[in-house]
Design a protein around this ligand. Structure first.
Ligand SMILES: Nc1ncnc2c1ncn2[C@@H]1O[C@H](COP(=O)(O)OP(=O)(O)OP(=O)(O)O)[C@@H](O)[C@H]1O
Length: 256
């Protein structure tokens, strides 16, 4: 997935919330988006999910199934928790029972008949997670997913992130408190006043490793990355036309 020169402002006179962001995300990547309040994290995540359209620039090769969990679950809807998940299953062309495994795993059964507006923040957050996971997402976007979750439920997030990336999905997660900055293998994208800096693994072999460069057809790149990772290889990056987008436009640093 390529982020190409993304600029965004909320209205014609508003200041830029995002300024020329350039980045790439490969299948299996976990990307933690860091930065202080107002830096542009939610804006970038909404652009990634396709909820907002860039004012300038574009996003290429976005996976077809996107799971999106907003920072604030839109609870002012006339549904019970179960009714909402059934409606969302129908929207995705799934039977109502598609929600059952998530209702069980996220402990939502006791709240099934509660109107969305009456749910606690943490339970509403879990309903938001369940709807995002009804169909295995190729891209999962989580905006501050810990907000309101109790300690027991917080461990679910890294579990779910790992399941999605193991299946070849990309996860983008914002984290203004730095709670999962240390998620194993996660890359960091840091925003400051709308400017994005990405970090990535340097193409430096460990002692008994060699680097093998492989060219694949654009439409086969995602599958190739998944296969290489499944075979136990480390994928160091995805480049286009011999130059990575990051090499052209952003600082490359080592973070893992
Ligand atoms: N709906 C909106 N309309 C107008 N301006 C907005 C809107 N949403 C965000 N902004 C502005 O865009 C800038 C980036 O905001 P954004 O919410 O993306 O930051 P953030 O890093 O996610 O912050 P936080 O951690 O507080 O959620 C800020 O200046 C913010 O005031």
């Amino acid at each position: 997935m390529l982020f190409e020169g993304l600029w965004f402002r909320y209205s014609r006179r508003a200041p830029w919330a995002l300024r020329g962001a350039e980045a790439t995300a490969a299948p299996g990547d976990t990307i933690v988006v860091l930065g202080p309040n107002g830096a542009g994290k939610s804006t970038l995540l909404q652009l990634a999910a396709g909820v907002l359209r860039p004012t300038r620039g574009r996003i290429r090769d976005r996976p077809s199934v996107v799971g999106w969990v907003p920072e604030r679950f839109p609870a002012a809807q006339p549904f019970t928790a179960l009714g909402y998940l059934h409606a969302m299953s129908a929207v995705r062309g799934l039977p109502a029972r598609a929600a059952d495994p998530w209702i069980e795993r996220l402990g939502l059964a006791a709240h099934a008949d509660t109107p969305l507006a009456d749910l606690s923040k943490g339970t509403a957050q879990k309903v938001g997670l369940a709807q995002a996971l009804l169909t295995p997402p190729g891209l999962l976007v989580l905006d501050e997913p810990w907000e309101g979750l109790d300690a027991a439920s917080r461990t679910l997030i890294p579990e779910i992130v790992t399941e999605v990336t193991d299946a070849g999905g990309v996860v983008l997660v914002s984290d203004h408190r730095g709670e999962i900055a240390n998620l194993p293998g996660a890359r960091h994208w840091t925003l400051a006043a709308g400017e994005l800096r990405t970090t990535t693994t340097q193409a430096k072999p460990e002692t008994d490793e060699l680097i093998v460069e492989v060219a694949v057809r654009r439409h086969e790149a995602a599958a190739a990355v998944v296969q290489l990772r499944a075979a136990g290889h480390r994928v160091l990056g995805v480049r286009e036309n011999g130059l990575s987008v990051r090499e052209k436009h952003t600082t490359v640093e080592e973070d893992r």
